[in-house]
Write a protein that binds this ligand. Sequence first.
Ligand code: PGA
Length: 310
Amino acid sequence: MNVTLRQFKVFATVARHLSFTRAAKELFLTQPAVSMQIKQFEDSLGVVLFERLGRKIYLTEAGRKIQQLSQDITRKLEETALLVDELKGMEGGVLNVSVASTVQYFAIRLLAGFRRCYPNVKVCLKVTNHSGLLRLLDENETDIVLMGKPPQHLDLQAEFLLDNPLVIIAPAHHPLQYKKAIALATLKDETFLMREQGSGTRSSVEKFFAENGMRVSASMEMNNNGAIKLGVEAGLGLGIVSLHTVDVEVDSGRLVILDVQSFPLMRKWYMVRRQSKLLSQVGIAFETFVRTEKHRFVKATSYTNSKGVL
Ligand code: PGA
């Protein structure tokens, strides 16, 4: 039998997505290259692994068994990588960390600090929204995640990191800029630039508005905080974002934070990983660094609201 680890990896990815296109995207390959790898894998094993029904593909009985095996092989490969990592110490280790889009501003500074301590560690950073991070954890594609509160039912370990206050931002010179304790109802006709479905910020904001009987149409939806900040600055509407994402714009006067009653909405950030995940030396060093150094990397803004909360 002449199979390669590469073929196992390609097979495992196609089997997980049940899609050649999505597997190709994840593996940075073309779809014909993925099909070719699967064909060669099937030829070497002498069994058919996928069957096509209409536009969908399914695992055959043999495919399901090999999938189970490929999970064991992936696990063994991870253990081998950990062993090699341990033998080499921190030199040349890899840190796979993923963060919520809201956390990235703080996380980038944190990673820069970590790399100053461990310059030879290679860092692979993924930035995506709350539901994207849950998928990465679920599929064991990341070691450590910094994000909003994850659901409790998964095999996850979540450690509180920092408060994450959500604030309402407006363009400079907005008529409500200097008003204190603005009633929520005052904003009922405003357009809000909302984050996309799947964002933790979005679900908190929706929950808050529903609890307060406010109907907000998501007529403007943007899938990152940077676009929301630019949109607000350009006068497209108001935004609700993490305070930690707007320090530069607020301090330079390009955006203002409105002093709205019930705000900031207090969310929290957590450091999350799979309970069963074996962490490398580098992963353990990163966890310790985050725990002990986190406060150094949060930038305070000069803003305080009327309750003195911020
Ligand atoms: P998000 O971040 O709004 O970018 O998804 C927060 C979270 O993880 O809940």
